[in-house]
Write a protein that binds this ligand. Structure first.
Ligand code: 3HC
Length: 290
């Protein structure tokens, strides 16, 4: 099956850029959010990003205009679901909210539509149980910022229909990404599990007084070649997002080290959620947050 019609649910930083990628890849896309303000903000942010690509000569004005023609910003979930072949969910990391959404999408979308979740912390098997089509539910995990990061983790599981992973991998490639197919589900998938191990060690080093937050980040950048240190990365992704992700992983694995790290628990408790709230591990004035 070649995917031509896509619905993305959730117009946050992840969902909006995933929708843009699909539109740039030639697919017709509905980007849905229940909050009209979120759709307005998403459209403004996407137009700024894409304008910049055009100014830099990375994209022609024609291709940008065509992509926006194919992209509908909509608060009507059923309109986008009615003829979708692929639905990508990118709402908050909340099992009850995602399960309710998957049950709703199951009722609204064509019987053979693929329901993908951008979650890394909740397996498709868990969400598939809320639907009558567990064989068509899959994790397709993009990375922040999706317009830039090349990877998508696509996870196969025992109940998956054989045509689903190839169709999702093909759609990701047409979005300009380099998807990686993985043979078994694990909460967190590969990248976030490795990232969690780095974050745990980084926190142990700062807690033990062996290095400051700034020093850990600088060393990861300049000694290991990471584009950002772990604390900068947590601030960019959102500490609430990391908290929810680790909590969900812990609830599924029961492994103590999968819990959110205490520093993140503390900062979230003080509503320091990272760049988006003006402060997390670092403080962000207007200029730095940009
Ligand atoms: N959205 C879209 N594009 C962005 C962006 C954003 N939020 N931020 C930066 N960019 C683009 C810029 O426009 C620029 O594009 P260009 O080279 O075509 O002009 C390019 O990225 C580089 O940007 P900058 O020069 O401003 O800044 P940097 O060189 O520092 O790059 C970065 C920014 C791409 C975010 C880089 O620091 C990076 O790769 N950081 C690591 C990101 C990472 O590890 N992501 C994975 C997080 S884990 C995750 O997502 C899992 C999830 O489940 C939480």
């Amino acid at each position: 099956m070649s995917i031509e019609r896509v619905l993305v649910v959730g117009a946050g930083a992840m969902g909006s850029q995933i929708a843009m990628l699909a539109a740039l890849g030639g697919m017709r896309v509905h980007l849905h959010d229940a909050y009209p303000d979120a759709l307005t903000s998403a459209e403004t942010a996407l137009r700024t990003r894409i304008d910049r690509r055009v100014e830099k000569g990375q994209l022609s004005q024609r291709s940008a205009d065509d992509a926006f023609e194919r992209l509908v910003f909509s608060s009507d979930l059923s309109a986008g679901a009615a003829d979708a072949q692929l639905i990508i969910e990118a709402i908050k990391e909340d099992l009850a909210a995602k399960s309710a959404l998957f049950a709703r999408l199951d009722a609204l979308a064509p019987a053979d539509a693929i329901l993908a979740t951008n979650s890394s912390s909740i397996t498709a098997s868990l969400l598939g149980a809320a639907t009558g089509r567990p064989g068509r539910v899959i994790n397709a995990h993009f990375f922040n910022p999706p317009l830039v990061m090349d990877c998508v983790e696509v996870v196969v599981h025992d109940r998956l229909d054989p045509d689903v992973a190839p169709a999702v991998l093909d759609a990701c490639r047409r979005m300009g990404k380099s998807p990686v197919a993985l043979p078994r589900e694990v909460p967190g998938i590969v990248a976030n599990r490795i990232l969690s191990a780095i974050v745990r060690e980084a926190a142990a080093l700062t807690d033990g007084g062996f290095a400051t937050v700034e020093a850990v980040d600088e060393i990861c950048r300049n000694a290991l070649g990471h584009p950002m240190g772990p604390f900068e990365l947590l601030d960019m992704a959102g500490l609430d997002v990391n908290y929810q992700m680790q909590q969900l992983i812990f609830e599924q694995t029961g492994v103590d080290q999968d819990r959110p790290i205490p520093a993140v628990v503390d900062l979230v408790g003080r509503r320091r959620l990272g760049r988006k709230s003006g402060g997390g591990f670092y403080d962000y004035d207007e200029k730095r947050a940009q």
